[in-house]
Design a protein around this ligand. Sequence first.
Ligand code: GDP
Length: 177
Amino acid sequence: SLADSNVCKIVLLGCPGVGKTALTVRYMTKRFIGEYCPTLESIYKCYTTIDDEDVRLEILDTAGLEHDGWKDGYALWADCFIFVYSITDRYSFDEIINIKRQVEEVRRSTSVCGILVGNKSDLLHDRQVPANEASELADEIGCKFHEVSAADWTQFDDIKNMFHGLHRENRRQKFLR
Ligand code: GDP
């Protein structure tokens, strides 16, 4: 069995439609999924090797869980968070600060391990959120920032590195604790 530091529980949080499922599926299967059942809550378990160590990533896609009651449990369950907005949806970006605050309240801690992800970077002509503004928010909330497209297959490695980087950061923080 794997050491605690080699298991990383990740939750994707963000407004409906920003691409949480698409990002998860892209990472898990290298494919882009446009159709899925939005009411299903799923924990994907993925075994991989990161820095020569066997690692299990458990990824919870919260699409379809946007009602009250689930948030507290999953915010406590997770080791780290992917805060997702869509670069084409200003509202989804403005909500990130509130989502982060909810997580901090539930965990009674402001040191939350997470990254900020602007998805749908292929839709540049519909951009509503400038990258530099998102980068500033990331600094403010203490997260690294990535802009990606789950729809663009050439970005598979970027999306993979994003998940793996989150594991590294989580492991680093676990050792510091
Ligand atoms: P969720 O509700 O956050 O899980 O969002 P989904 O993953 O279901 O995606 C919502 C919609 O956006 C779907 O129609 C996806 O096909 C689409 N979508 C997701 N990611 C991207 C992306 O990177 N680019 C584009 N163009 N569409 C995307």
